[in-house]
Design a protein around this ligand. Structure first.
Ligand code: DLL
Length: 433
């Protein structure tokens, strides 16, 4: 399959080292000058931009945490004036506040470039019809993939997420050849196609770009078999750019990181020590070309490992292994990032229930379901059923508008949710992904 940009994707390790070094130095100067937060943090550690002479000095730099973005909400970490920002996206934060990210024109161009690499790695060319079923909006998936598809010259169908009947109709009528969506939605599509009247021969999809949530090898096999396509894993996070941070190639043996833009490290999440190549730990990224929101050593909380061996596909870009989990309690339900604390805030804000709750997540068929079980207070328990139902509806509405995904709320009798002596067990994830 054609490599989109061999100059960068197949660069020698020495050249990459030199390029990353130059770009890191420029980035450190940029943030030190333009982001008071970084100046303060570097001053606090006694580090000046001049101390950073190559990419090997990365370890001298401070980490950045999701909380730093929240504490500087919404635009406090932006390194350019607002007049240079041309796009703003946002994703879930740990509590009520979202994580806000901004892009300059050059950032959007770089994003389109890394997404073109990603989309091309599934074999996409100018001749393809690319059905982009990632959500458009504040989520980075839709527009991120859109610009990459256009850069390649494919005909992008900006259908966005959901509405399965319409997805299948458009897919058949337009003759879409490439699809992008979450892997769980791909399975749902497969199931809906199997149940409907349309025959597989009437569908021309040959490959799919699936990411935004963890998925296993067995899920890949299932999708590939049922849809009869090549299923490629794509990874990214809003803070670093959105989708486009890394992608599998057709060899499906790890995700190539666009490390000319995003430099990875693997650390021990507890000691923050950098781990030797190959060991599993928390992924950390430093952006080295971003203008609006450059981040130094951003702690992703995603667990993976790195592989620097040259891949059979010819790319020299380092590969990260499939993400195996997270170091925090973030859940991804139907592609939406959910922190239990967000739900807790909604419950506490309303203050009409006991502070004991549990989240039960299941995969029914191919769809994830979320049930929020909340304990009633003794007073509420003594009330009429009508009042209880009303509160369930109100909680459901508040949670759904905070999380942007549907859920079921069940008010349970007082003292029925198991108490824990240590950390409360808030999440019962029954999905077997
Ligand atoms: O999910 C960006 C994206 C969109 C990636 C479309 C791929 C496709 P966020 O909403 O900020 O951004 O969520 C980022 O999702 O830290 C991981 O925990 C998880 N994630 C993303 N891709 C994968 C993947 C987008 N391929 C968070 N495998 C990340 C496992 C993934 N987890």
């Amino acid at each position: 399959m054609k490599i989109w940009n061999p100059q960068y994707e197949c660069m020698s390790r020495d050249e990459m080292h030199k390029l990353q070094s130059e770009r890191l130095i420029a980035t450190v100067n940029h943030v030190y000058k333009n982001v008071p937060f970084y100046k303060k943090r570097m001053d606090g550690m006694g580090i000046l931009p001049g101390d950073i002479k190559s990419i090997d000095d990365l370890i001298k730099l401070p980490f950045t945490y999701k909380e730093d973005l929240r504490d500087n909400y919404p635009f406090g970490l932006f390194a350019v004036p607002m007049r240079d920002v041309v796009r703003i996206h946002a994703s879930s934060g740990t509590t009520g506040k979202r994580t806000v990210v901004g892009y300059t024109k050059d950032d959007i161009e770089m994003w389109a470039e890394v997404m073109a690499r990603t989309i091309a790695s599934a074999g996409t060319t100018k001749d393809d019809i690319f059905q982009n079923a990632y959500g458009y909006g504040l989520f980075t998936g839709g527009l991120g993939a859109h610009y990459g598809g256009e850069k390649i010259g494919a005909a992008v169908v900006p259908i966005s997420g959901g509405n399965t009947k319409r997805q299948i109709e458009i897919m058949t009528d337009f003759g879409s050849t490439i699809i992008s969506c979450t892997p769980s939605y791909a399975l749902y599509l497969a199931e809906s196609i199997e149940e409907g009247k349309i025959k597989r021969e009437d569908i021309k999809i040959k490959a799919g770009l699936f990411g935004a949530e963890p998925w296993s090898e067995s899920m890949r096999k299932d999708i590939e078999k049922r849809l009869n396509i090549l299923a490629i894993d794509i990874y990214g996070l809003s803070e670093i750019i959105g989708p486009g941070v890394s992608t599998e190639c057709e060899k499906q043996c790890g995700l190539h990181i666009s490390e000319d833009h995003f430099v990875p490290e693997i650390i021990n999440p507890d000691t923050e020590e950098v781990l030797p190549y190959g060991e599993e730990g928390e992924l950390v990224f430093t952006t080295v070309t971003k203008q609006a929101l450059p981040l130094l050593r951003y702690r992703t909380k995603d667990i993976s490992s790195l592989n620097y061996d040259t891949c059979e596909c010819g790319r020299t870009l380092v590969r990260m292994n499939k993400v195996t989990g997270r170091t925090d309690d973030m859940l991804i339900i139907r592609g939406v990032n959910v922190f239990p604390t967000q739900i807790e805030s909604v419950l506490l804000d309303l203050g009409e229930t006991a502070p004991h709750y549990q989240l039960v997540i299941e995969r029914k068929g191919t769809m994830d379901t979320l049930e929020v079980q909340v304990e009633m207070t003794d007073k509420l328990f003594a009330d009429e059923v009508k009042k209880v139902e009303e509160l369930e509806r109100k909680l459901k509405f508040n949670i759904e508008s905070t999380l942007a995904i549907s859920c079921k709320v069940t008010l349970v009798e007082p003292k029925t949710i198991a108490r824990s002596e240590g950390k409360a067990k808030r999440v019962i994830d029954k999905r077997n992904i």
